[in-house]
Design a protein around this ligand. Structure first.
Ligand code: AMP
Length: 555
């Protein structure tokens, strides 16, 4: 359906026309008429990038009374970056609604300036929950006349620990308001919010609940851990027009991968938690403007980074949490465009791929890593196409052309083309001459099927057991951090991690197992001294020594 068929006012239609929007996305087609029709609470289950900002934003703008100079709508979003994006979008939609004021307030920026902006008047406030609570405590914001509250990316807000802040804000806003909640997934916590704070909400789901974005294709390459980086380079070379994010597991890995890419001549930079806010802004700005083609990031740092038209999401390492995979890949395939999610995995992670497939209801195809010849071919034709489409700056080059013709006079047209193409192409030919095959055969066997007591399949991994478990709220991320903090083990291959009630089992590269056990035994976790050992398994109550039969171990 067209926006012109949605019953929107002329001034708003002019704003969206200026943005180039013409046809509604599926969520807009469903949500806009509902919100235009009546005052309803609404739950929208949709991935990021489906056009939900306009879906709630346009009807919301229709309801603002410009002459009433007080906040009438509050939009909450999890991050500063998303806040900025939403308020930018709202300002664009309303560029012909003269006098409409949108103010954004978020953490990590001086609060005094934001208080000043609020004092100048705001019809719509876009905010992060933490900053709003701060302003409420300081009595610098008045939400009493809010008639619409939007919770955007509600699942992300909960994940970031904003539950208490959300409760506090929801208590502060008038009972008669409309609440619109948008989330990529419907968790039990989201359900509890909707039950507690929403009145007969209409539920609109775009795609399947918890399903991955529709126009994203998913593939994986299976490699040895040592070949992960070279595989990434092949991907970057195979897709010459790549504009994407490479997701890493730790800050260190992020820094290392970005540094290697830069050293190897790729247009890449890192985004991680060790950067200052201004460094983050700089990198994000560069990426947004496409002056940066590859962003290497941790999940946390990339949250809220709203960038359109990403061609690729590369999972340099799979996330521990399957939902995070969904969030990563939701950043590509937006607004009708196609995207590709590429995961680089090792043999042990094969089972994780099946788990993710079940969660996203989509097949993740095992594709061979492109070989040298294919890459060179792709690069060659990309270059030829670029040359064919390049604009000629007639006036600027004209003065130099006679001399250029003179120099090349003796060469035939064919020779000139060949030499020109070789200029760039030789670099790839040289690099990929004798390039090895990096693919590992898929035996279809999953290490995730590894059950308690079963002997380990891979001789190169050792299973370490230690005395901290669910009782101490240890997470897989904590286990990884405990290990990679050990000097000499920062790049160790870590396999399956199983967290039991009172113990944790983790598979690590056998070569480093002794060092890791020794170092773990010197550490404490939440005040408890860690006791780690190899060749034990946990039976639910006891530790059993695999080699020596049953034996209780002190806990
Ligand atoms: P959102 O999910 O709101 O972040 O939107 C994702 C991207 O799609 C943004 O870049 C929007 O500008 C763009 N977009 C949203 N709706 C439309 C539309 N109907 N036509 C074209 N682009 C759109």
């Amino acid at each position: 359906m067209l926006f012109t068929e949605m019953g929107l006012s002329q001034k708003i239609l002019m704003g969206i026309e200026a943005l180039g929007y013409e046809v509604c996305t599926p969520i807009q087609e469903q949500v806009i008429p509902e919100l235009m029709k009546q005052e309803n609470d609404l739950i929208g289950l949709a991935q990021t990038g489906t056009g939900k900002t306009a879906a709630y934003g346009l009807p919301l703008l229709e309801k603002i009374r410009l002459k009433d100079n007080y906040p009438q709508a509050l939009i909450l979003s999890p991050t500063r970056e998303l806040c900025i994006q939403i308020s930018k979008d709202m300002k664009s939609y309303s560029s012909f609604l003269y006098g409409l004021k949108v103010v954004s307030v978020y953490g990590g920026a001086p609060i005094e300036k934001q208080i000043g902006d609020l004092q100048k008047g705001a019809h719509i406030i876009v905010a992060t929950p933490g900053r709003i609570c701060d302003l409420i405590r300081r009595k610098r914001i008045d939400l009493i006349k809010i008639s619409t509250l939007v919770l955007d990316e509600a699942d992300e807000m909960l994940k970031m620990g904003f539950r208490d802040d959300l409760d506090a804000i929801l208590e502060q806003t008038p009972v008669g308001k409309n609440t619109l909640l948008f989330s990529a997934t419907m968790s039990s916590e989201i359900m509890s919010i909707t039950k507690r704070y929403m009145k007969n909400p209409i539920e609109i789901t775009i795609g399947e609940k918890n399903a991955g974005a529709d126009n994203v294709n998913h593939i994986f390459h299976m490699v040895h851990v040592k070949d992960r980086y070279n595989t990434l380079k092949r991907i970057a070379d195979f897709y010459p027009d790549i504009y994407g994010i490479v997701f890493c597991r730790t800050r260190k890995e992020t820094k290392d991968v970005a540094a290697m890419l830069m050293k190897d001549g790729y247009n890449a930079e890192a985004l991680h938690g060790d950067l200052s806010q201004s460094q983050r802004d700089y990198v994000m700005g560069k990426f947004r403007e496409k002056n940066l083609k590859i962003l290497v990031a941790t999940d946390v740092a990339a949250r809220g980074l709203d960038v359109n038209n990403l061609t690729h999401i590369i999972n340099y390492n799979l996330p521990d949490d399957i939902e995070v995979y969904n969030h990563r890949t939701g950043r590509t395939g937006r607004a009708g465009k196609y995207g590709l999610s590429v995961s680089i995995i090792n043999m042990k992670e094969r089972g994780r791929i099946s788990q993710i497939e079940k969660f996203i209801h989509k097949k993740i195809e095992h594709k061979p890593i492109p070989g040298g010849e294919e890459i060179c071919k792709k690069q060659l034709f990309n270059m030829v196409e670029k040359m064919q489409n390049s604009k000629i700056a007639e006036e600027q080059i004209e003065p130099y052309m006679p001399k250029v013709y003179n120099i090349l006079e003796d060469l035939s047209k064919e020779e000139i083309i060949k030499r020109f193409v070789s200029l760039e192409f030789n670099r790839f030919l040289e690099y990929y001459k004798n390039a090895p095959d990096l693919n590992v055969k898929d035996t279809g066997r999953s290490r995730d099927n590894f059950r308690k007591g079963e002997k380990q399949k891979s001789r190169s991994m050792s299973r370490i057991l230690f005395n901290i478990g669910k009782g101490k709220n240890i997470t897989k991320r904590d286990v990884i951090n405990l290990i990679i903090e050990i000097q000499g083990a920062s790049n160790v291959e870590i396999g399956q991690i199983e967290i039991y009630k009172r113990a944790t089992a983790v598979d690590v590269d056998s070569k480093l197992a002794k060092l890791i056990i020794k170092e773990l035994n010197l550490k404490t976790y939440k005040g408890i001294k860690i006791e780690a050992a190899e060749n034990y398994e946990y039976t639910g109550n006891d530790f059993r020594n695999r080699n020596k039969g049953f034996r209780k171990k002190r806990r």
